[in-house]
Design a protein around this ligand. Structure first.
Ligand code: PGA
Length: 262
């Protein structure tokens, strides 16, 4: 499976979100290379707009994705949102462990694991984000850091759950910086993650691994052709329907050219 998710982060109003969703859905209709069974597409609006965006996407093949959730199903947790709440507004997938949450909300590996389990428990599919800081790459520790994050998120899970998990590799130094990992850097890390997944469990070896970090129309196809890259998690470029649709087109064309790696 290939997958492209637009992470809208904390941008826009309800009207902006509904308009963007409608434009994305309409734009995708006009992409002949896009087969929604081969390349799934999702958008992750801010929490208050999930329901309205879900309504705007009704009848389309674009999935509703949430950006985060709390690890408990309910309780006295002012300001948080639980996975069952997301399920009740028809969210399909939930991002966990995005680097902005690891950094600004001080989420550690144990919390990310708890959130991943909460997402599974609610019947939703988790997208677990991993990635190294620039200092960690400069110190040559990037593969070890990402291995630690992947193992902490997935080791010991019920093997049946692996069919529902997606991993997104997002080098923190590439997020929102305009600086993308080269296909060589992405390819090397994706190979490393594949080896870690295979070591965790045979079922985990089939987990799709997305790339994220300054993905844009100009680099999406090349990244998607990189062996091991199963799609993209897109931030900034997903806020404009035309550029997000172009990214999906790039991934769809890469998938059509190499269906076996999907
Ligand atoms: P970016 O964000 O595409 O703006 O770099 C990616 C992400 O944070 O998921």
């Amino acid at each position: 499976m290939r997958l492209v998710i637009g992470n809208w982060k904390m941008h826009g109003t309800r009207a902006d979100a509904v308009a963007l969703a409608a434009q994305v859905a309409a734009g995708l209709e006009a992409v002949p290379a896009w087969d929604p069974d081969e390349v799934r597409v999702g958008v992750a609006p801010p929490f208050p707009f999930l329901e309205a965006v879900g309504a705007a996407l009704a009848g389309t093949r674009v999935e509703l994705v949430a950006q985060d959730c709390h690890q408990e199903p309910q309780g006295a947790f002012t300001g948080w949102v639980s996975a069952p709440m997301l399920a009740s507004v028809h969210v399909r997938r939930v991002l966990v462990g995005h680097s902005e949450r690891r950094q600004h909300a001080r989420e550690d590996d144990a919390l990310v694991r708890a959130k991943l389990e909460a997402v599974l428990e609610a019947g939703l599919d988790p997208v677990v984000c991993v990635g190294e800081l620039l200092a960690e790459r400069d110190a040559g520790r990037h593969e070890a850091v990402v291995e630690r994050q992947v193992r902490a998120a997935l080791e010991g899970l019920d093997p049946a759950a692996f069919a529902r998990v997606v991993v997104a590799y997002e080098p923190v130094w590439a997020i929102g910086t305009g600086r993308t990992a080269t296909p060589e850097q992405a390819g090397a890390m994706h190979r490393s993650i594949e080896a870690v997944l295979a070591a965790i469990a045979p079922e985990a070896a089939r987990i799709p691994v997305l790339y994220g970090g300054s993905v844009k129309p100009s680099n999406a196809a090349e990244l998607a052709r990189t062996p091991g890259v199963a799609g993209a998690l897109v931030g900034g470029a997903s806020l404009e329907a035309a550029s997000f649709v172009e990214i999906v087109r790039g991934v769809a064309e890469a998938s059509a050219a190499d269906p076996r790696s999907a």
